[in-house]
Design a protein around this ligand. Structure first.
Ligand code: BG6
Ligand code: GLC
Ligand code: GLC
Length: 883
């Protein structure tokens, strides 16, 4: 590499000296300078050395994934009219920059930031407003959420105690609270590289790399999701903050570190940390030059061997001097001035040598950066399987901006090291602030969406849930009351089951299980315990659910007949247990259907005796017969079957296609049945809770819509907010609404999503899976023919979570009402009981049961409730109960 130094007009100056410039890669390479002609520095970082393979992304760094893609944000912030400006307002003005002090404590630092913010708000007349805040925090952070960012370690001279390992957003919010004179809205944290990439992405859509060469150095880029192993999902890309400053911290750069690099590191406040950064960035370049000058002076190659007190003072040679000294026109003059300022006795040659030293140091920095950038670009090209990569790098930082030829040298070197990449460099116009603001806009949007959802959907286990619980308790009493029953929305149906099976029942039984996801026929044998000898699923076509009662019962009888043939039981007359999961009034003989629920609506059945209809259908066939028939609700069947395993099981609960519970009530409370002693199992039919309008205050527009379009409007209100038959539809309506409000899918819905029931309830469980959830979301959204982006997938997950979470909490409130009521009725200080549970929602959803249980603990603090999931279906016990 040749340095054509434009020397001052004194051609007479002709001397030659040879310098040993220890910045070269191989420290032994002597550097011959022959002034005034030209200086040739055979620096081994020269272009011919292919640095890239060795630097090639073996970055031993903690790559902090950052979950937004830049291509998403510009349209977002444009299409959103948030109460928020992209103005400079939200980043700290440079004049308020922080004193990088070692001695600051955690609270001092954040108090200072909060004070700067406060002063700024006053000066801008913004006090009293609650604006969202974009926080460019240019230190390595592990990004947990957009507003949760854990500082991994300080770099660049900061070392405030007590911050590493903490959530920086939380610390900031706490400091603002301590002041108490203003408040901020949602906070989004971004690294400066990410902010820069996003800012530049605003002008150039193909900006996929952000690079900072300033006080520190770092880069981020869009990585293929499949390479980001620490984040689930395979599709699309994610911005990765490389923290390349930490490159070499494992010693991998030892071969190119000079004694000056080692010295800079040793005297830094974080020795051993951010090795690469210390060879490159503005915080250290001046110091490297100073150490070099000292060494050259010591070796009598400068200032006639005479140093100065000032030059011996650490950090006296500022990094900006390098730029000044290297200025093409005024450089030498600047050098002279600076050397005088440093109290050095210099001559003309000294000035030239100093310029050379500066050039060497800055040039090495530019080349190292180029090598690192080339590593990224090459990696992107290969990952994307491209012949050529065309991309834009958004750049910022004082070194890159201010140094007269840094950018040029960097770009030239990158071209050599990444020959198959066409890289455009775009200097950020407004720092990273605009990008941070854009991220904030997205964060704000997310917050807005979740608030929208929360307001309307979630019930915090606070007052509202307690009200729901208290109201249900009242309604239960109404349902039990002789004179209030007929008007009560919660039916509280006596089951006439007074105890769980005692084990004396023996023999073979048949069982039917109708009303859940599946219609089942079973053959059960009781010897020592219950054994299911055979079972068969039978489909019930949708038309049949809405056809005539006769069709339905003929179908049931046919399934039973086929089953008997397959089990070789034809000719036997076995007793039959019928789990019929609809509200029935139990009579001495028979069981009267009060009304259909859960999508069934066969004509001519309501008000009729189910046992009679079944027997008639069997008679019509005439090819087999059955013995005595016992009807139970699925809740009762579940309680009984769990009661086999756990004697203290006194509640049965279903959260599946529908929802309901039964429990052992004191006979004295069961006013509609004679007798005062003992207990009886009551089928609450809590699904009907709210049918008198008592839940109006917590029903959303989506609940109302689901009810309106159901086959039984006004009926089973509570169930429609909770159970599997409806949850998917609630989510679908919510997604439609959010899309309409341009908060999802860029405002574009799909024919599929507009089709009722296209969002299945099982999708909710899939989307909420802890590991594969986001990937499932992406797949499902594609299936629904929606044009989604990464943020959409997250929002959909949030929607599912909100809806399922509300369901779990409402169930918890209802269960707590039962448990509290049981405890009080029994005059107990504490109630210890077990709930037998069944149903696809409870069983299949990844965290439904946990949320339900937690909430019950809060709402029924004096009850110790064990949850037992029914192992087999509710039907075998129904069969035994029939004896
Ligand atoms: C089954 C029971 O396990 O769960 C049925 O055998 C009950 O009786 C059903 O109705 C409830 O769950 P789902 O999700 O199928 O409605
Ligand atoms: C330091 C920080 C990094 C930042 C860079 C540029 O390397 O660790 O987060 O991006 O400086 O400011
Ligand atoms: C519906 C039925 C009820 C049943 C529940 C669970 O709410 O009305 O009888 O227990 O669904 O399947």
């Amino acid at each position: 590499m040749c340095y054509n130094m434009s020397l001052s007009p004194s051609p007479s100056l002709s001397l030659s000296l040879s310098l040993y410039l220890p910045l070269s890669l191989s420290n032994s390479l002597p550097l011959s300078l022959s002034l005034p002609l030209s200086l040739s520095l055979p620096l081994s970082l020269s272009n011919s050395l292919s640095l890239s393979p060795s630097l090639s992304l073996s970055l031993p760094l903690s790559l902090s994934p950052f979950s937004l893609s830049p291509s998403l944000s510009p349209p977002f912030s444009l299409s959103l009219s948030l109460p928020f400006s992209l103005s400079p307002s939200l980043s700290l003005p440079p004049s308020l920059s922080l004193p990088p002090s070692l001695s600051l404590s955690l609270s001092q630092l954040f108090d200072h930031i909060a004070k700067c913010l406060s002063d700024f708000l006053v000066s801008q007349d913004l006090k009293g407003q609650t604006l969202p805040l974009g926080f460019t925090f240019s230190f390595p952070c592990e990004q947990k959420e957009i507003d949760k960012s854990i500082l991994i370690r300080w770099t660049k001279g900061f070392n405030c105690s007590g911050v590493e390992g903490e959530d920086v957003v939380k610390l900031l919010k706490e400091a603002i609270h301590r002041r108490g004179d203003f408040d901020i809205g949602s906070v989004a944290m971004v690294n400066d590289t990410v902010g820069t990439m996003m800012s530049c992405g605003y002008r150039d859509q193909s900006c996929e790399i952000g690079m900072i060469i300033g006080t520190g150095t770092n880069a981020c880029y869009m990585e293929e999701m499949k390479n980001v192993k620490r984040v689930e999902g395979e599709d699309g890309r994610m911005c990765i903050n490389t923290e390349w400053g930490g490159f070499g911290d494992d010693g991998s750069l030892r071969g190119i570190q000079t004694e000056f690099d080692l010295e800079v590191d040793k005297t830094s406040i974080n020795p051993g940390v951010h090795t690469f950064e210390k060879m490159i960035s503005g915080m250290y370049l001046g110091e490297i030059v100073r150490l070099l000058l000292l060494k050259l002076t010591e070796d009598k190659l400068l200032f006639e061997g005479q140093t100065s007190e000032t030059l011996r003072t650490p950090e006296s040679f500022l990094t900006k001097f390098i730029s000044e000294v290297e200025e093409p026109d005024s450089g030498l003059e600047n050098a002279r001035r600076i050397l005088s300022q440093l109290n050095l006795k210099w001559n003309e040659v000294d000035a030239h040598v100093v310029r050379l030293v500066c050039d060497t140091v800055s040039s090495r920095s530019a080349r190292l950066c180029a090598a690192a950038l080339a590593a990224i670009a090459n990696h992107m090209r290969v990952s994307r399987k491209l012949d050529r990569l065309k991309t834009t790098v958004g750049v910022d930082g004082t070194v890159y901006r201010k140094h007269p030829n840094f950018s040029e040298e960097l770009q030239e070197t990158v071209r050599l090291l990444a020959p198959k990449c066409d890289i455009t460099f775009l200097v950020s116009e407004d720092g990273s602030g605009k990008g941070a603001a854009m991220v904030t806009a997205v964060a704000q949007r997310l917050a807005l969406q979740s608030r929208l959802l929360e307001d309307s959907q979630t019930l915090s286990p606070g007052d509202k849930l307690r009200q729901v619980s208290a109201q249900l308790k009242k309604d239960m009493v109404r349902g039990l009351g002789k004179h209030t029953h007929h008007k009560a929305p919660v039916k509280m149906l006596p089951s006439f089951v007074r105890a769980t099976p005692d084990g004396t029942e023996k023999g073979d039984f048949l069982a039917l299980d109708l009303g859940g996801t599946n219609f089942r026929v079973l053959h059960v044998r009781v010897v020592e315990d219950l054994q299911t000898v055979g079972s068969q699923l039978c489909a019930i076509p949708k038309e049949m659910m809405l056809g005539t009662g006769q069709q339905l019962f003929d179908h049931i009888a046919k399934c039973l007949s086929d089953f008997l043939v397959s089990q070789d039981l034809k000719g036997q007359t076995l007793p039959l247990g019928f789990t019929f999961s609809f509200p029935c009034e139990q009579k001495e003989i028979g069981s009267i259907l009060i009304r259909w629920t859960k999508g069934f609506n066969c004509s001519g059945v309501e008000g009729e005796d189910m046992v009679k209809l079944l027997k008639e259908a069997i008679h019509r066939r005439g090819d087999f017969d059955i013995g005595s028939v016992a009807m139970v609700n699925d809740t009762v069947g579940t309680m009984m079957s769990c009661g086999y395993r756990d004697q203290s099981c006194e509640i049965g609960m279903i959260i599946g296609t529908g929802t309901n519970a039964c429990y052992m009530e004191e006979m004295k409370n069961v006013e509609r049945v004679e007798g005062e002693d003992g207990r009886m199992c009551i089928n609450t039919e809590w699904g009907g809770f709210g049918d008198d309008g008592s839940l109006r205050g917590i029903q959303t527009e989506f609940d109302l819509e689901v009810d309106k379009t159901s086959i039984n409007p006004g009926v089973h209100t509570f169930e429609k907010m909770i159970s599997g038959m409806y949850l998917g539809e609630i989510v679908r309506l919510l997604l439609l609404k959010l899309t309409e409000d341009k908060l999802l899918f860029e405002g574009q819905t799909s024919e599929t999503l507009r089709t009722p029931e296209s969002f299945l309830t099982k999708f909710i469980s899939e989307v909420e899976e802890p590991d594969s959830g986001l990937e499932n979301a992406r797949r499902i959204l594609s299936q629904l023919n929606l044009k989604w982006n990464e943020v959409d997938a997250h929002v959909v997950r949030l929607v599912c979570d909100t809806v399922s979470s509300r369901s779990a909490r409402l169930c918890a409130a209802a269960l707590a009402a039962i448990a509290n009521h049981m405890r009080v009725s029994r005059k107990l200080d504490r109630l210890n009981t077990t709930v037998g549970v069944d149903g696809t929602v409870y069983q299949k959803h990844p965290n439904f049961s946990e949320e339900l249980q937690e909430t019950v603990r809060l709402l029924a603090p004096k009850c110790d409730i064990t949850f037992l999931v029914s192992e087999d279906s509710s039907s075998p016990v129904a069969a035994v109960g029939g004896q």
